[in-house]
Design a protein around this ligand. Structure first.
Ligand code: ZN
Ligand code: ZN
Length: 359
């Protein structure tokens, strides 16, 4: 495969400013491969990074290339790569730990102690290291997984998002035949409904606001509109005052942590996936949580779940294709971002294709 020296890339040039311009194509180092990026989904964290709300951290510097929910094909191998070949279709993952700190050795590389220290080998692609809003990028083989033939590149770009849900459900567990409530009907919440079902939940409940609840209609057994009814009372009524077995907070909005505490059964489990803004702080019923043995799991990223999620998608147990509502070329990034942020035309997942659509 011929690899050009220059590529188109979406470059963040300062807080809130970006342009599509020519950049050199990166070279893969030892243990890395160069990937041709075929699809990147805009993540809920991207607008914050692009605005520069936490500049100095994400991104650590300007110019910077963001983007972390991607799929593509391997076009060149760095030194020592044996498990990938040129032409392999792959899906990406944002985190790559240093590989040798105590947390990485435990397998919890999403909690790597060398976060933001690239000299240790740590990478958080699209956050602390250049990412996928470009035609090419170099990735560690630890951060890519083979994409099954029956999944499109667009679907491959959603594996990072689906993995967020899979990791949270690994932490909390799902009760076979139980009831799961999901707060927040965005893409993560919609995937949570579907994955809970695939993992054995018999009944699902979604809490949200009218326009977005419609997207959950085909998956959830009960739609709870928090603007027209109190979600805690409604879910207590639906479950005969038993409560749900597991609740997943996927919005990061104020008040939802307390809702989750009040809707789970005694001994119930809560997974927190939504990332709240810094000013969202809740007072929690300490004694109630103790007396009812409620377990709370904070959940960050998606360590080593990609292969399993890809198998669930490939076997159609976890359909995700319909969540991709829009696709744009890289040069229309501004339009794509606006579509995503304003949820124009019912936008859920908006995908960028730097080499055009897959044929
Ligand atoms: Zn993401
Ligand atoms: Zn580490």
């Amino acid at each position: 495969m011929t690899i050009p020296e220059e590529m188109d890339a979406l470059v963040l040039t300062g807080p809130g400013t970006f342009e599509v311009r020519k950049e050199p194509v990166p070279h893969p180092g030892p243990g890395e491969v160069l990937c041709r990026i075929r699809a990147i989904a805009i993540c809920g964290s991207d607008p914050e990074i692009i605005r520069g709300d936490i500049a100095g951290y994400w991104p650590p510097h300007y110019p910077f290339i963001a983007g972390h929910e991607w799929s593509g094909e391997v076009v060149a191998l760095g030194e020592g790569v044996t498990n990938f070949r040129e032409g392999d279709r792959v899906a990406g993952e944002a985190h790559k730990g240093c590989g040798y700190c105590s947390r990485c050795l435990e397998g919890r590389y999403n909690l790597c102690r060398n976060y933001m220290k690239p000299e240790t080998g740590h990478r958080h692609y699209g956050f602390t290291n250049n990412g996928a809003y470009a035609q090419y990028n170099a990735y560690s083989v630890k951060a890519i997984t083979h994409l099954p033939d029956n999944l499109s590149f667009r679907e491959g770009a959603l594996i990072d998002t689906a993995g967020i849900v899979a990791h949270a459900m690994e932490l909390t567990g799902i009760t076979p035949g139980g009831t799961v409530a999901v707060i927040g009907p965005g893409p993560i919440g919609l995937i949570a409904l579907r994955l809970a079902r695939a993992l054995g939940a018999a009944r699902t409940i979604i809490v949200g606001r009218k326009p977005r609840l419609a997207a959950a209609e085909s998956t959830a057994d009960h739609l709870v509109d928090f603007e027209s009814s109190d979600p805690v009372d409604t879910i207590r009524t639906i479950t005969g005052d038993f409560g749900v077995d597991e609740a997943f907070e996927c919005s990061g909005a104020l008040g939802t942590f307390n809702q989750a505490v009040r809707i789970v059964k005694r001994g119930g489990r809560i997974g927190l996936l939504g990332v709240p803004p810094k000013d969202v702080v809740e007072e929690l019923p300490f004694a109630y949580i103790v007396a009812n043995e409620i377990a709370v799991f904070g959940s960050k990223a998606n360590p080593h779940v990609a292969a399993g999620v890809l198998r669930l998608c490939a076997s159609k147990q976890l359909p995700i294709r319909d969540l991709i509502t829009h696709a744009f070329p890289l040069e229309s990034f501004g339009d794509a971002l606006d579509t995503f942020v304003r949820r124009r035309e019912g936008a859920l997942k908006v995908v960028i294709e730097p080499h055009g659509p897959e044929l």
